[in-house]
Design a protein around this ligand. Sequence first.
Ligand SMILES: NC(=O)c1ccc[n+]([C@@H]2O[C@H](COP(=O)([O-])OP(=O)(O)OC[C@H]3O[C@@H](n4cnc5c(N)ncnc54)[C@H](O)[C@@H]3O)[C@@H](O)[C@H]2O)c1
Length: 237
Amino acid sequence: MRFNKKVALITGGSRGMGKAIAQRFLNEGAKVIIFDIEKPDYEVDFFQVDITQEKQIQKAFQEIKHLDIVVNNAGIHFSVSVEKTLKEDLDKIIDVNFKGVYLVSKHAIPLIRKSKGNIINIASVVGIIPEPESPAYCSTKAAVIMLTKCMAQEYASEGIRVNAILPGPIDTPMLRKVLSSEDLFQEFAQANPMKRVGKPEDIANLAIFLASDEASYITSGIYTVDGGESSTSRYSK
Ligand SMILES: NC(=O)c1ccc[n+]([C@@H]2O[C@H](COP(=O)([O-])OP(=O)(O)OC[C@H]3O[C@@H](n4cnc5c(N)ncnc54)[C@H](O)[C@@H]3O)[C@@H](O)[C@H]2O)c1
C-alpha cells in the first residue's frame, strides 16, 4: 500500500493502458481520479473531461483539492500520409495528444507543487523512431517527449519530477483498431524482438515505480517499454 493517502489523476483511464494504470494505483492504496470522455466500467472518481477543452479541465480542478501524481495518458491515433491529412484531423490529434497533456499539466502544477508530486507523460516509441505512415501521431509524441524534458528542467528545483514512458505496441483497444485482423496482429507481434506485443500492465508496472518515492531522484527520464523494438538492428532476425 505504498500509495496510501496519495491522489493520482489519470487521463484516458476508462480503458486500455489508462485503466491498467488506474487499477494498479487503486490496488496500491491510492485515491484515483479519471478524466475521460468515456465513463469507466469500474469504481473510481470520474470527471467527464475532454482534455482538449480547457474550461472542462479548469472546472474539474475546482473540485480537486489535493493531487500527488498525474499520468497524462489519454491519446488518439490515426495513420494518414502528410498529403492526405485533413486539417481538422491534424488539429484534433495535436489537441488531444499534445495540447491535452500541456493543459492538464498547466492546471495540475499548482497542486503538484504543494505535494512535491510528479507527472508521468505517456508518449510512444514512435516519438523517437519514425512510423512513416503516421506522421501526425509520431510528431505529437515527439512533442510530448520534449515537453517532458522542458517541464522536468523547469520544476526540478521545486522537487517536482516529470518523466515520460514510451510504450511500444501494447494490446489495447487502440492497437486492436490499428491492427484490425488477428493475422495482422500476430504478424506484428512476431516482428517484435520478444515475439509478442506488450500488456497494459507492462506500462502500469513502470508508471507505479516512476510515481513512487523509490524514483525520487529520477526526473526528465524517457523510458521505452517496447520489448526492444525501438533499438532493433536492421541485422537482427
Ligand atoms: N496501444 C499502443 O500500442 C500504444 C503504443 C504507444 C503509445 N500509446 C499511447 O498510450 C496512451 C493510451 O493508449 P491506449 O492504447 O490505452 O488507447 P485507447 O484508445 O485504448 O484508450 C485511450 C483512452 O483515452 C480516452 N480519450 C481519448 N480522447 C480523449 C479526450 N479528448 N479527452 C479525454 N480522454 C480521451 C479514451 O476515451 C480512452 O479511454 C495513448 O496516449 C497512446 O497514444 C499506445
